[in-house]
Every structure is written in C-alpha cells, then in structure tokens.
Design a protein around this ligand. Structure first.
Ligand code: IMP
Length: 190
C-alpha cells in the first residue's frame, strides 16, 4: 500500500520507508506542486494532522505527516511548535538566540518532541508522539545533525545529538520513537 509523506525531505522519507516498509507500506514524497497548508494548530499533533489531511486530500492517498520541535522547561516549553521560526536567520542564529535566552537559567532540562499524524483510506485518523529527554548546553558541541542538535546533550550517551552517529540518533530520537509507535498502531489497522 502506498502512503504519501507530507514533506519534501528525502531523509525523512527514507527513514519512514525503512520502518514502515516492514508492514508492506511504500512511502512516497508529496508532489512538488502540492499546497503547503498554514500550520495554525496549538500543538504538534494538531499541526501534523493539518499537514496529513492536506496531503491526503491533494493526492487521494493515505497520508503521514510529522511535526517536531524542542521544548525547554525553563522557557515554559519554548521554542516548542515555533522551533523552526524561533528567530529569523539560520539554525546557527537560532542556537545563539536560545543560548542567550537560557543564559541565567539553572534548570537545563529539555526534550525533543515529535508528533506523527496519519489519515487512512477509510478516514481513520491516528496521532502518536515520541519524546527524547536531554539537557541544553551553554555552547554547541558536534557538527552532525541539524537544528538544535549541537546544543542537545543526552546524559545516557554523554554527548550531544550533534556528536552522535546518525543511526544511533535515529534509534533514540523523538522521531524514531514516534515512528515505531506509529508502526505498532498501524499493524493492527491496515
Ligand atoms: P520539523 O517539524 O521537522 O520541520 O522541525 C521543526 C524544527 O524543530 C526544526 O526546524 C528544528 O529547528 C527543530 N527540530 C526538530 N527535530 C529536530 C532534531 O532532531 N534535531 C534538531 N532540531 C530539530
């Protein structure tokens, strides 16, 4: 069965294809000319569902979408659903902004969150969530990954997401956990 992923990111498509392929699901990318809906939700789950429904409506295929971000406890969960647009500029600018906002904070606990929404051909709607706990560093470490990875320290591994090999990150990350939760739900529904 073909599922469309509401994203043009080939890395995400490949990671999803690997895990959902075990259920006989083929994951295809969203066509380039598909509309990009506004993410007006108040939660990761709502924004993921907005994207999944839009992709399902446009393609006529069952659809999957994810929405993710970094939630920092000392900042009341910010940047949260606004992680990609926390401030103008590059990933590096956003990291500098976050380090600055956290300068006086002693509580460094934070987590990456990923919600995945799925719309099935019979209209069933599914959402799952994966989280990964960490601590926010005061300066970047590691050149791997993307986004806030170099600031996100994982105590169990003694290093940041930016320092972990990609396959290890995929095993413990919020996205990997959400994907495996989705697989568990889907195996009883399709
Ligand atoms: P998206 O939902 O995948 O587009 O991610 C939203 C934003 O959250 C990204 O632009 C990053 O700033 C942040 N983010 C989500 N997942 C990760 C991750 O695994 N590492 C670093 N940053 C992430």
């Amino acid at each position: 069965m073909q599922f469309v992923l509401a994203s043009h990111n080939q890395k995400k498509r490949k990671e999803m294809a690997e895990i959902l392929g075990e259920l006989g699901i083929e994951v295809v990318s969203l066509p380039q000319n598909a509309p990009e809906p506004e993410e007006t939700g108040a939660t990761f789950e709502e924004n993921a569902m907005i994207k999944a429904k839009s992709a399902a409506q446009y393609t006529g295929l069952p659809a999957i979408a994810d929405d993710s971000g970094l939630c920092v406890d000392a900042l009341d969960g910010a940047p949260g659903i606004y992680s990609a647009r926390y401030c103008e500029g590059t990933d590096s600018d956003r990291n500098t902004f976050l380090v600055e906002n956290m300068r006086d904070k002693d509580n460094r606990t934070c987590r990456f969150v990923c919600a995945i929404a799925c719309v099935l051909p019979d209209g069933q709607e599914i959402t799952v969530r994966g989280e990964c706990e960490g601590e926010l560093l005061r300066e970047s470490r590691g050149a791997g990954g993307f986004g806030y990875d170099p600031l996100f320290f994982v105590p169990a591994y003694g290093c940041t997401f930016g320092e972990l090999p990609g396959e290890v990150k995929n095993q413990i990350s919020h996205r990997g956990r959400a994907l495996r939760a989705l697989k568990d739900v889907l195996k009883n529904r399709i």
